[in-house]
Design a protein around this ligand. Sequence first.
Ligand SMILES: CC(C)(COP(=O)(O)OP(=O)(O)OC[C@H]1O[C@@H](n2cnc3c(N)ncnc32)[C@H](O)[C@@H]1OP(=O)(O)O)[C@@H](O)C(=O)NCCC(=O)NCCS
Length: 170
Amino acid sequence: MEAKGPSESRTTLTDLVLPSETNPLNNLFGGELLARMDRAASIAARRHSRRIVVTASVNHVAFNKAIPLGSVVTVEAAVSRAFKSSMEIYIDVWVEDRESGRRTKANEAIYTFVAVDETGAPIQVPALEPETKIEKERFEAALRRKQLSLVLAGKMKPNEATELKALFEE
Ligand SMILES: CC(C)(COP(=O)(O)OP(=O)(O)OC[C@H]1O[C@@H](n2cnc3c(N)ncnc32)[C@H](O)[C@@H]1OP(=O)(O)O)[C@@H](O)C(=O)NCCC(=O)NCCS
């Protein structure tokens, strides 16, 4: 299978924040943002693998900035690293200023998707070749994040998480 670049999976979803999607402070409800991010990430994973994909884990979500009612929100997702059957998807969330049109980063998240066959069994995906500086940084750190996620899920013993452990030993 030929390796792919992150640009081949990059997925951009732009939508408004409507009244039914807000909390009592009139800001975007966290669960609604999670759903938008899951949809964008799922499309990115599908574009990379051209397979059925399922969410395996949500590894990191940071709700750094509240997003007010009426905002134009852009969710941008791309595969940051592919392993055997799993793919890490890095998601950036941007909010557009109404007057200047300038986008500012509001939130980010990291999801893991797994490509599966028709029976739901994990299946091999193409490798990912990072191109830009930020893509290379995200690629590099993805193995440690995978190990942390597996340790927290009880699927890997901490002493087997070699690259993750090395981070604390430097
Ligand atoms: C995700 C799923 C396919 C993994 O199945 P599994 O039996 O754990 O399979 P494996 O152990 O072979 O793992 C498959 C891959 O997922 C990765 N994985 C599994 N759990 C993970 C976790 N918590 N975090 C990160 N990666 C994980 C494994 O490391 C492996 O990656 P690799 O093949 O790239 O090395 C299975 O748990 C599943 O179908 N879950 C339900 C998914 C779903 O319905 N999601 C929607 C939300 S309800």
